[in-house]
Design a protein around this ligand. Structure first.
Ligand code: ADP
Ligand code: MG
Length: 218
């Protein structure tokens, strides 16, 4: 069984060393130990109690931009991604403010992967698990996380989240920033920006070879 995370794919996770993007995430700056004077550059939730950077991003190996004029475009992208062989062992993070469309994208992806029935948002449960038949006929486990209410680090162990991320399958995380530094690095991060005309700009970042392959979309 292939490990979900190979050492070579795990670069860039040193303590107090981060890869922090600006609002446009296309340009990223590497910070060492971050001093208070630089804190105004960072959203509050990236900072620890003493004002030091606690969120570490893996390197960005590749990026891609998309535009979703409507939800049908989001659904189409989800279907394309679901057809990629690497999706069955990927970690995806969905970033964007409330209402950006993170859960909607996950719902379309889960539907495209064969999930039937109601797809609840894990806002209160933190995690919703699914099992479908994967493309190869084998069971595919999928975990949909929403870490918005994740506040107790003990939950990471007690609720078995560590095990979920260590097992084969697909992990989809909303509000991943709130679970750092426990969360392993993603293969792909999707940053959704809601535009004034209700369309969405999407910035995709690949952080591993799996992520790079996933971004090689037709
Ligand atoms: P989030 O999980 O980021 O908070 P949701 O997925 O719950 O956001 O979406 C919030 C609202 O935006 C929903 O009413 C949904 O129908 C709408 N929405 C989501 N994605 C799109 C999209 N790509 N195009 C148009 N409307 C969308
Ligand atoms: Mg949501």
């Amino acid at each position: 069984m292939k490990a979900r995370f190979e050492p070579g794919e795990q670069a860039g996770f040193g303590a107090l060393q981060g890869h922090v993007g600006n609002a446009d995430l296309g340009e990223s700056k590497r910070f060492g130990a971050l001093q208070q004077s630089r804190n105004d550059l960072l959203p509050d939730d990236l900072l620890g109690p003493r004002g030091l950077l606690i969120l570490n991003h893996p390197p960005i190996l590749e990026t891609r931009r998309l535009h979703w004029p409507d939800e049908a475009a989001c659904a189409h992208f989800a279907q394309t991604l679901a057809a990629q062989p690497d999706i069955v062992h990927a970690r995806l993070e969905l970033h964007g403010p409330l209402g950006a469309g993170k859960t909607t994208f996950v719902r379309h992806l889960l539907r495209a992967l064969g999930v039937r029935g109601r797809i609840k948002s894990p806002t209160y449960t933190v995690m919703e698990p699914y099992r479908v038949t994967g493309p190869s006929g084998q069971p595919l486990d999928i975990a949909h996380f929403d870490f918005y209410r994740f506040t107790d680090p003990r939950e990471w162990e007690d609720a078995g989240f560590r095990d979920v991320f260590a097992q084969p399958g697909l992990c989809l995380s909303e509000w991943a920033d709130k679970a750092h530094p426990w969360l392993p690095p993603p293969d792909v991060s999707l940053h959704i920006t809601l535009q004034p005309d209700d369309t969405r700009e999407l910035h995709l970042c690949a952080h591993s070879p799996i992520g790079q392959r996933l971004l090689t979309l037709p």
